[in-house]
Design a protein around this ligand. Sequence first.
Ligand SMILES: C[S@@+](CC[C@H](N)C(=O)[O-])C[C@H]1O[C@@H](n2cnc3c(N)ncnc32)[C@H](O)[C@@H]1O
Length: 204
Amino acid sequence: MSGIADWDARFDGDDFFYGTTPTAFLTDNAGMIPRGAQVLSIAEGEGRNAVWMAQARGCAVTGMDGSAKALAKAARLAKQAGVTVDLQQADIANWDWRAQQYDLVVACFIQFAAPPLRDAIFAGMKQALAPGGRLMLTGYTAEQLTYRTGGPGNPALLYSTELLRDAFDDLTILRLATYEKDLSEGDGHHGRSALIDLIADKPA
Ligand SMILES: C[S@@+](CC[C@H](N)C(=O)[O-])C[C@H]1O[C@@H](n2cnc3c(N)ncnc32)[C@H](O)[C@@H]1O
């Protein structure tokens, strides 16, 4: 699973592949999401996280993703929830990180990106943060390869504490934790999972 066409194929059909409820990382850390924040959610997918942040935290969310199929579902989910979300279709490789600065940049399960693109995305996320802004990222560690309950099978795409600490050592790290948890997020993330979270603030 690598190109946008593959993601469109995954999201074809009526079901929400990752479900319609927000990822546990966000609900478990809800208090870290500033109320009313201007949020950029990258690779937002089918809208579950953006819609919840708008609904539960009163955020103004821009959700970008490469898949038109995913964003069509995100629009449907937002309408059902009665919230407005700014949905932008773009290849993240071409995203203009400097166009706007956000209070919060959210990246949930963006492990489609090989290391050179991943480095560019990490740098871009920092650029997109306003001074004092917050970054929230979650994904899988290499231990996930033993579970195979979601995420990529390519070890080069998985995260470690060292990788994230090195990439974000210019931010103030508030949470950097590896842990295991049972996820129930559609067909996409289902069962025991080896996860890693990062929450960090850009200097004011
Ligand atoms: C594992 S899904 C996660 C979706 C969402 N963040 C969530 O937690 O439900 C990865 C997402 O990355 C998107 N994606 C993959 N390659 C992309 C690219 N080059 N540019 C933008 N989005 C991309 C896919 O369309 C998909 O929605």
